[in-house]
Design a protein. Structure first.
Length: 229
């Protein structure tokens, strides 16, 4: 008889006022700053163009995987003008270790062409203009805004979304709704740091399958600290 697959642990979402949630978030943020005071993106980049392309490539891929592919890509195409002159088929062999590399090759070439034609090869500094670029959704735009321009933004990737729910900061799966909940929870000046710190904690401690709750120094403020034991 085929074994029934184990169901995912059911998260607890205790009722909590916005004031209490913010107070708890402040304590968590203090601990995250102690742990990850220099939190930043783990993507390797040197120029704004490289950051944008790396973030586009990182969708549904690991930063480590992107970092292995981008040195050869950026050696051959160091700026928007160079990449704009390429064809997607020229780029595909350089990034074929990354998931969805065919569509990503088309997107980054199209983005380079639009950057060259409409922005003089520079990266636009507004969410509206960034999201006009092929392959750039709200999450990618938020990363670029926060890292390049220090614009308050929270990019909700799989790690941020997972921790937002486990920490009872959001009950939603939709990234846009999670983003709004986190914006209500954290002070605006902390949004960029909170984004990077939650990602690092999600990668190193509060992982998807086996969160290390016993070693988690945030656990005292987590309503789901005993869920995965």
């Amino acid at each position: 008889m085929k074994k029934k697959a184990a169901s995912a642990p059911r998260l607890r979402f205790p009722r909590e006022s916005l004031k209490k949630r913010r107070e708890r978030a402040e304590l968590i943020l203090t601990e995250l700053r102690r742990l990850y005071g220099a939190a930043r993106t783990e993507l390797d980049w040197e120029t704004p163009f490289e950051l944008l392309i790396a973030v586009i490539l990182s969708a549904q891929a690991t930063d480590a995987g992107v970092n292995r592919a981008t040195p050869a890509l950026f050696a051959g195409y160091p700026d928007a003008a160079a990449l704009a002159a390429a064809e997607p088929e020229d780029v595909m062999p350089l990034i074929n270790s990354i998931g969805l590399f065919r569509s990503k090759a088309r997107n980054i070439v199209a983005t380079a062409r639009l950057l060259t034609a409409e922005h003089g090869g520079t990266i636009p500094a507004t969410r509206t203009e960034l999201m006009k670029l092929p392959g750039v959704g709200r999450k990618t735009a938020n990363v670029v805004l926060g890292v390049l321009f220090n614009v308050p933004a929270i990019a909700v990737d799989t790690h941020v979304g997972r921790l937002a729910r486990r920490l009872n900061f959001s009950r939603h799966d939709n990234p846009d709704k999670v983003e709004l909940d986190l914006q209500q929870t954290f002070p605006e000046e902390e949004w960029v740091f909170a984004h990077h710190a939650l990602i690092l904690h999600g990668r190193r401690v509060c992982t998807a399958r086996r969160p290390d709750c016993a070693a988690c120094t945030v656990r005292d403020w987590c309503p789901n600290r005993d869920t995965f034991s």
